[in-house]
Design a protein around this ligand. Sequence first.
Ligand SMILES: [Zn+2]
Length: 260
Amino acid sequence: MLSKWEGIVIRTIPYGESNKIVTLLTQEAGKITVMARGAKKPRSKLAAVTQPFTLGSFLIRKGRGMGTLSQGEQIESMRFIREDLEATSYASYIVEIIDRFTEENNRVAGVYELLSDALHAINEEYDAEAITLFVEWKMIRVGGIHPVLHACANCGATDGEFGFSFKEIGFLCHRCFHLDTYVVRLTPTQIKLIRTFYTVPIHRVGNLSLKKDTKQLMKKIVRTIYDEQLGVWFKSRRFLDKLEAMPELLPKQENPESEG
Ligand SMILES: [Zn+2]
């Protein structure tokens, strides 16, 4: 059976002298892994379309066992992502999160659009660190955790001061702060930002310009959820952390504050 699917290359493994095993996140069928014969050879017609992060239209032959990539047509090469070290690092982390929380041949609504939005935004040189936060916050739900972010997780109040509680996995209002000694107090702007990361599609937000401190706090909260609630560890995050600890590798200037 031959199918034509739109997809994004999320992982490739060299196989033998000239082949690649390519994992795609497709719009129509979720994650699928296929054999791309000859794709390792630079002159192969499959070489370009099987580069990591490439968005393409893929003609796949499914039979017994692993499918085969018959043809591919590049829609977007994501060239900036592949040429910029910072962009590559964030995009690698994003595809790793999505790879970890999706299963083969099981389409999860919204995940393809999330990946496509995130890669397009990074490729258009939006703040990769901020874009990654959208993916991290949105994928919590796909990982099976549903934080309470619309109201107080204990009493349901929607007014007052709020903080994030890892114990309740969600917001607590000031009346309920006593339930968790370690509640992380948040400003109204930070509350709004978390809700934006969790619910608003990336393409509807545009370029967010956030202070380093704000991004660090948002990152700390979401990564604690990954570490403690979901118990997952990402190998690409270690490199990203190293990169962030060496600002001399990242020549970009911090953008001026304009949150909200
Ligand atoms: Zn409350």
